[in-house]
Write a protein that binds this ligand. Structure first.
Ligand SMILES: [Zn+2]
Length: 414
């Protein structure tokens, strides 16, 4: 009998035989041929290991190993197997593969389990193709409507709706795939951290407290272009100098909230006309504020609006703002988080509570089903890159915690 952890590593390898990129990474974009092949391989592995497979209207794959009572609510594990272009071998895939292994291990340790055990693969998790993320998990939890399927398009103009249809799915019937609170007893997602914290601290397991939802702003700073030699310093309306103050304000305001784990970033700045001897007349900034404490995010947001007013007045520039998103952080299930901490203590696994700055399928599932997330370390915190790596020895503790937590939750028929 193959051990669950070996099945997990083997499944990662087999799924990653589809979409290998030239740089050693993986390009398996949602609803493309590579994605289809990987999904077929996954279904094959599920069949080999005793799962019954169903695929819903939006392409989520659900593998079930039945317990003694089919009507009991399943305990499920899941993640995604699509990637960004030239992405890594573990982002998403590891959570699916760990689920397969964990279900096998629990079933072997507890042959008389009552609850069905499930592995779910959510389709279209990465936003790189359509500019919208988590298509599968949003559709089943009511966060994505039919209109959204038509509105979001890829570079070729293909809508999510058409891509799903071309994939042999039925997005017009997405409603039939909705999940209800009674559909699962608990949902777990194991995922690489995609940040450097666990790698640098040597802690093996992160129990995710909450998943950040970004607050995003697009700012346009309107000053006045002028000759860089002829315009005196006190007569300028320099849009880039004003933008620089805004960038530093975002950094300072977020740093003041670091105790609440809030972060703020300006990741994009454009300057017009962008010429060496012209005082910049216009610039634009993209601001991304994230955290797991709504009030802390509000303080950074409100503080930034005040700073923008001050900068606008003192520099005599106009600042136009567009709020692109204002998401609420998702707090994961307290009881499951407590149980995971307890499991790690009992197994002498080093663990910590931590936030997730990145979005995951778990954040949508959490709106319907008690949900928890386990983070495992990735080398250097590098992800969404062909450089993404894990040390096998360092993902094993997270895997063992996943097996143990499912084992403790499953009802035994004795
Ligand atoms: Zn992922």
């Amino acid at each position: 009998m193959q051990s669950g952890f070996n099945l997990c590593l083997d499944a990662v390898r087999r799924i990653n035989s589809h979409g290998k990129s030239e740089t050693g990474g993986v390009s398996r974009i949602a609803y493309t041929e590579k994605d289809r092949l990987a999904r077929e391989t996954l279904v094959e592995i599920m069949h080999e290991t005793g799962f019954q497979v169903e695929i819903d209207e939006v392409g989520n794959i659900k593998g079930t190993r039945w317990g003694s009572r089919p009507s009991a609510p399943p305990i499920a594990v899941g993640s995604h197997i699509d990637t960004v272009p030239d992405g890594g071998k573990f982002d998403g895939i590891l959570g699916v593969a760990a689920g397969l292994g964990a279900v096998l291990d629990v079933a072997e340790r507890c042959p008389d389990h009552v609850n069905p055990l499930q592995v779910i693969v959510f389709s279209g998790e990465e936003s790189s193709r359509f500019g919208v993320s988590n298509v599968g998990s949003k559709a089943v939890t009511g966060y994505m409507s039919l209109k959204d399927f038509f509105d979001h398009r890829d570079d070729q103009g293909i809508s999510v709706f058409k891509a799903l249809r071309d994939f042999g799915l039925s997005p017009e019937k997405a409603d039939r795939s909705r999940i209800l609170p009674s559909d699962m007893k608990a949902f777990f997602e194991l995922h690489i951290e995609q940040g450097p914290f666990l790698d640098q601290t040597g802690i093996d397991v992160g129990v995710v407290e909450a998943i950040a939802a970004p607050t995003r702003l697009f700012l346009e700073i309107l000053g006045e272009s002028a000759h860089s030699g002829a315009c005196p310093m006190d007569m300028r309306k320099d849009a880039l100098a004003a933008s620089s103050e805004i960038v530093l304000a975002v950094e300072r305001l977020a740093k003041e909230e670091s105790a609440f784990k809030t972060v703020g970033t300006v990741g994009d700045c454009k300057v017009f006309p962008g010429v060496m001897n012209v005082v910049p007349g216009r610039s634009s900034l993209k601001v991304d504020i994230r955290g797991i404490d709504g009030k802390s995010i509000d303080r950074v947001f409100d503080g930034l609006l005040k700073e923008m007013e001050r900068i606008s007045a003192s520099r005599n520039v106009e600042i136009k703002k567009k709020v692109i998103s204002r998401g609420e952080p998702v707090v994961l299930d307290g009881r499951l988080r407590w149980l995971l901490g307890q499991v790690c203590e009992d197994m002498e696994i080093g663990w910590t509570d931590m936030p997730s700055g990145a979005g995951h399928d778990a954040m949508y599932v959490a709106s319907v089903i008690p949900t928890a997330m386990i983070f495992v370390p990735c080398v250097g915190g590098i992800s969404h890159s062909s450089e993404e790596k894990v040390e096998i020895g360092r993902i094993r503790p997270g895997y063992r915690a996943l097996v143990e937590v499912i084992y403790r939750l499953v009802t035994k028929d004795r």
